[in-house]
Ligand binder design. Sequence first.
Ligand code: KG4
Ligand code: ZN
Length: 360
Amino acid sequence: MLILGIETSCDETGIALFDSERGLLAHALHSQIAMHEEYGGVVPELASRDHIRRVLPLIRRVMHQAGAALTDIDAVAYTQGPGLAGALLVGSSVANALAFTLGIPALGIHHLEGHLLSPLLAGNPPRFPFVALLVSGGHTQLMRVAAVGNYELLGETVDDAAGEAFDKTAHLLVLGYPGGPALAQLAGEGRADKYKLPRPMLEQMHKTGNLDFSFSGLKTAVLLLVRKEAPDTAARADVAASFQEAIVDVLVAKSLYALEQTGLNQLVVAGGVGANRRLRQRLDREATEQGYTVFYPEFEFCTDNGAMIALAGALRLGAGIGANTPEALRMQGSVSPTPDSAARTYAFTVKPRWDLSTSV
Ligand code: KG4
Ligand code: ZN
């Protein structure tokens, strides 16, 4: 089964073609980072307009790379949410128009489901069930993943996401946008034990088992520190390293606790912050010491991409939970669509806010 994946939830246009037997055939990505850089953050209207410009040429490029024709596609999977409404609308309308034209299903995929399944694109994938740590620019969650479409929330951030904390702290250190990778790089040159920063909500975890996160206090602590010390270049590296260590400490401790609580022994780390080398280093060491195995997506599939959306679509269809549309059901051999129900199939909405545990 050949699935076209379309990701347009934020500032990356990602397209991919995934074959359920042969794996990923081709993928392409356009990042809008350079365009948003001068504003210090994503400008939603500019993001939507750029997705409009990029999406069709990227689809053509991917089809060409894979040597496939549009008529070979069996289903189109697209990010339906969460994300920027206008940006989501671009991918959703193209996906539904294409699927309507080809008479195939269009599957709305939850962006975070794409992230948490993305390690399955790698060579040595995890097996269900596993614990997933989702750490992106918009989300920080621990989930128990029992099967495709079966996600239980164990804990999430009550304020800033981990990536957001990286980006805001990088901004304080005048490191540009998006700041996560730049801050991580600077941290490599600094001393992580130079400044004592808070490890939010770790104490509560030990007392009550609470797996929620909170990063806004940490960001404020850095703000106060920067104001007080007015650090020079070397001291800024120490601030970056101390900040990174505080975040990593919290993420590692909560992940290990989630494994202990659930009795599972595999941890999947997904989302942009999953590209952080210090996080990987610490998790690899500490989780392995305790007998757990940690899985990451390939570096290029840590941040937003179309491959994870195509994969999620393929897995959902394979598991028989693709989408509740007549086309999807017909593919599963259940019903044949009536003209009326077929028309309804392609009436779509986007879900800028969408809870993953209700996505099935
Ligand atoms: O998953 P993603 O591409 O987009 C969202 O769905 O949010 O994640 C982007 C986030 C940004 O906040 C970025 O700064 C952060 O991931 N990020 C990193 C690193 N690479 C990307 N944060 C820390 N260290 C990194 N190496
Ligand atoms: Zn993402």
